[in-house]
Design a binder for this molecule. Structure first.
Ligand code: LAN
Length: 718
């Protein structure tokens, strides 16, 4: 029986003892013993991410954009590892660590040394200075979801209820109305721990898995992230898996609420969602269906149907685990699957041990402590993008960069997925043979744009005079096959799969904190990557599936044109926001010969961007754009968004050279003497509401935009 909190102290670890291992695309942090650590000194990569001083030399001040890009890459090259890829922080969401901590607490799995201490540090550092709470993501205001769950995490890690951080957080939680107002995913985690009553949660019936596939409501039709969260959630809900109470959880029952636990009318809490948390309120249809489900639940949960449904849901847990080397599609289902395995197979099972072993892939050490990344890294994505920037700038031709590019190619070669998932049909997965993933081959999910960016980078790299062919034409054709198969009827490309379900499924989106998560959608970002991937491929291998490639490109460009908004911009779903997507759209249009001179849509896009340029020459957009679907200025200009805007304007052949020059100057002015750029506001977003860090973008897109400038205008003084 779980007895006491996870043993830990509140002090930070000795940060000089942390080492980052890179192994076949995995990136894992390890806390070394005194002796081990003395025997191998920390690398620049480790020092950089831990915020420790590294002695990168001062570089001669750049006068031209190319010099600035060169300095930028001189610095960033230090962060490339021997395996050829760049690792990086991928935090931002604040609802991931609690799942991990709760799962370790319930299962009594042993946390590796250093984790507990550093998770505490991270949560301490990320508690909002004003009210002591936490939000949905690091830049968001305090919510019940963030505050209740992270409070629970701290308490389970051994932080005393009277610790000032806990006192302050609890005050905010109570002001928000207490944990009864948590969104459903928070209700779920608290219920598994025994500090929230299952009766206060809307049903998540595993019976959905018994429905015939032709029904539009069948979960195989949902967006793969949503599907994979609701699989283990329905399993754990279906058996109402609850940890036995102990002293600590008894205390939590009293700390989390504004009234005594036993006096809470639980059945009235199902639809109690704090206003501060709500992004996508329940629809009336959802509330109506849930009302019915509560009645049905009372019956089904006692019948053989439930037994069968649990079996069906658990089978899906297993397929997902086996298909992804127990990494799973993301950190949310990773922890829920681990907890499901604990209940079904026990803590001594191989499956449970595999889960515990692989959690490390999600953990990231920073100067602020340890966080849980939004995926098991962004290795492929960052590396493929950076390489394209370095090649476009011409820096790849310079001798001092050959080694880096060769290593990059080695990684891309290794990272391509070389088989289909073992349980493809049973697990409702699409083929992966030939695809590139977002992180690494072990996680192994196809993503349309990652496949395309991987392919683009390989095609460009293998054209360089000094590289060897590593990825054969045959393997590139496999990647092309993957991409071609992912196009949707409207011509656009979605993220992991093509759209499988009807749009009205959004009416039953039960996750109050996210928008548009029930099905896949077509995105200008993903569509552009595919247009360009296919275009580059066609240039080098003009005979393969030529007609299909031609028409796919044409239809995808058609989608992009249709997706343009009246003000000339595009809404971005995966980074902030209009600036990001407008860059992609301009790249697509440029690749089919549309430019400022000959295309109205391109002209409008340029005018949109120019209208957002700020007095200092740069651009700065807030993540609130993504929430509100309208352009919201950030307080500060951002180098990353400035780079995107410049790349768009140059792709569009915008004639306003002076505007472009001013943007370039702004980026150069912010460059540090060692060539790097400092972290500014968060870059990424998902599901319209949650921001996520792309810590490498400040290096990648600056270098790329500066490089493009020197290509377009020559190596001139800026
Ligand atoms: C990502 C990260 C990468 C991103 C791009 C490749 C940039 C994009 O162009 C396509 C979509 C994709 C792959 C993507 C989808 C959603 C993810 C996986 C994330 C934003 C990272 C985290 C997020 C995931 C859903 C977070 C876990 C939360 C849940 C709601 C389950």
């Amino acid at each position: 029986m779980p007895g006491s909190a996870i043993k830990t102290t509140h002090l930070p670890t000795d940060r000089t003892r942390w080492r980052l291992r890179a192994d076949e695309g995995r990136q894992t942090w390890h806390y070394l013993s005194e002796q081990e650590h003395k025997a191998n000194p920390q690398t620049d990569i480790e020092k950089y991410w831990l915020g420790l001083p590294l002695d990168a030399p001062q570089l001669p001040k750049a006068k031209t954009a190319l010099e600035s890009a060169r300095n930028g890459f001189e610095f960033f090259k230090r962060l490339q590892n021997e395996e050829g890829f760049w690792s990086g922080e991928y935090g931002g969401p604040m609802f991931l660590l609690p799942g991990l901590v709760i799962t370790y607490y319930i299962t009594k799995a042993k946390m590796p040394e250093g984790w507990g201490q550093e998770i505490i540090q991270y949560l301490f550092n990320r508690a909002h200075k004003d009210d002591g709470g936490w939000g949905l993501h690091i830049e968001g205001h305090s919510t019940v979801f963030g505050t209740a769950l992270n409070y629970v995490a701290l308490r389970l890690l051994g932080v005393d209820a009277e610790h000032p951080v806990c006192v302050k957080a609890r005050g905010t939680l109570h002001k928000l109305g207490g944990a009864t107002g948590s969104p459903s995913w928070g209700k779920f985690w608290m219920a598994t721990l025994g500090v929230y009553d299952w009766e206060g949660m809307n049903p998540v019936p595993p019976e959905l898995w018994l429905l015939p596939h032709f029904l539009p409501i069948h979960p195989a039709r949902y967006w793969c992230h949503t599907r994979n969260v609701y699989i283990p959630m329905s399993y754990l809900y279906g058996r109402q898996a609850t940890a036995p109470l102990d002293d600590l959880t008894r205390q939590l029952r009293e700390e989390l609420y504004t009234q005594s636990y036993d006096s809470i009318p639980w059945h009235q809490q199902r639809n109690n969602i704090c206003k501060a948390d709500e992004y996508y309120p329940h629809t009336r249809l959802l509330n109506f269906l849930n009302g019915g489900l509560v009645g049905i639940e009372k019956i089904t949960s006692r019948t053989l149907i439930r037994t069968q449904a649990l079996r069906a849901a658990y089978a899906q847990v297993k397929y997902e685990d086996e298909n992804t080397h127990y990494l799973d599609i993301g950190p949310v289902n990773k922890m829920m699957n681990m907890l499901s395995v604990f209940y079904e197979e026990g803590p001594d099972s191989d499956a449970f041990k595999m889960h515990a072993k692989n959690n490390i892939d999600f953990m990231w050490m920073s100067s602020e402590g340890m966080m849980m990344n939004g995926t098991n890294g962004s290795q492929l994505w960052d590396t493929a993008l950076l390489i394209q920037g370095v090649i476009e700038s011409g820096l790849a031709q310079e001798k001092q960069n050959h080694d880096s590019m060769n290593k990059g190619l080695m990684f891309l070669d290794d990272c391509q997925i070389k088989k289909n998932p073992p349980f493809m049909k049973e697990g409702w997965r699409d083929p992966t043979l030939g695809a590139w993933p977002f992180s690494n081959k072990f996680q192994g999910y196809t993503v349309s744009d990652c496949t395309s960016e991987g392919l683009k980078a390989v095609l460009l790299l293998q054209k360089l005079s000094y590289t060897k062919e590593r990825v054969s034409t045959e393997r590139m054709k496999q990647a092309v096959d993957i991409v071609l198969a992912m196009q949707n009827k409207n011509g656009g490309f979605a993220s992991y799969e093509s759209v499988r379900g009807p749009q009205w499924l959004e009416l039953i989106n039960p996750a109050e904190v996210f928008g548009n998560i029930m099905i896949e959608y077509c995105y200008p970002e993903c569509s552009t990557a595919c247009v360009l991937g296919l275009t580059y491929f066609r240039e080098q291998r003009p005979d393969y599936r030529r007609e299909e490639i031609d028409s796919t490109i044409e239809r995808a460009v058609g989608f992009i044109l249709k997706d343009q908004r009246a003000d000339g911009s595009w809404y971005g779903s995966w980074a902030i926001c209009f600036t990001y997507a407008t860059m992609f759209a301009c790249e697509s249009l440029s690749s089919v010969g549309q430019s400022y001179e000959n295309s109205e849509p391109v002209r409008k896009a340029c005018e949109f961007l120019l209208s957002k340029q700020r007095a200092d020459g740069g651009w700065g957009e807030s993540y609130k754009s993504c929430e509100q679907h309208r352009y919201v200025e950030h307080d500060e200009t951002q180098v990353v968004q400035t780079s995107w805007a410049l790349m768009a304007l140059m792709a569009a052949k915008c004639p306003n050279q002076e505007a472009i020059r001013r943007g370039v100057k702004m980026i150069m002015d912010r460059q540090q003497p060692d060539g790097q750029w400092k972290q500014e506001a968060i870059e990424g977003i998902f599901n319209h509401s949650c921001s996520i860090s792309y810590g490498n973008y400040k290096h990648i897109f600056t270098i790329w935009a500066l490089g493009r400038y020197s290509k377009v205008y020559g190596d001139i003084v800026v």
